[in-house]
Design a protein. Structure first.
Length: 133
């Protein structure tokens, strides 16, 4: 069986047409945001993903947006714990949540904030792999 994939220009045309017909389509907005990120336009890509999540919090866009936040934390971890806490409330995928908790715990520990690190590691210990529940 031969499988064929659509070309990137074909996908871009389809997304553009979908957004003209239905500008509030969360799936089209999510794909549009993903394409913008791929092209290097982070600001526009994230804006499209945020709009998709606002329309459908359970959409694939929420995973893509959380990936962007995790990437940001790896590159430039904010000094303000309130920023970190705000990101935490927006990450719902169990795998991404465990990654977030590990990343924040190890970063706080490396910075010498052992209480904040311990809090994250305690939360992480409460998170179980789905296969272990």
């Amino acid at each position: 069986e031969l499988l064929a994939y659509r070309s990137l220009p074909e996908i871009e045309r389809q997304v553009a047409t979908s957004l003209i017909d239905q500008p509030e389509d969360p799936a089209a907005l999510a794909l549009h945001g993903e394409l913008l990120l791929y092209r290097g336009d982070d600001a526009a890509g994230r804006a499209a993903l945020r709009r998709a999540v606002a329309l459908d919090p359970q959409s694939h866009a929420s995973l893509l947006l959380a990936d962007q936040w995790l990437r940001d934390l790896r590159i430039d971890f904010p000094a303000d714990p309130a920023v970190v806490a705000a990101i935490e409330t927006r990450i719902h995928d169990p795998h991404q949540r465990r990654e977030f908790l590990w990343l924040t715990g190890t970063t706080w520990a490396a910075r010498g904030d052992h209480l904040a690190a311990a809090r994250q590691f305690l939360k992480l210990s409460d998170e179980q792999e789905p296969s272990r529940r």
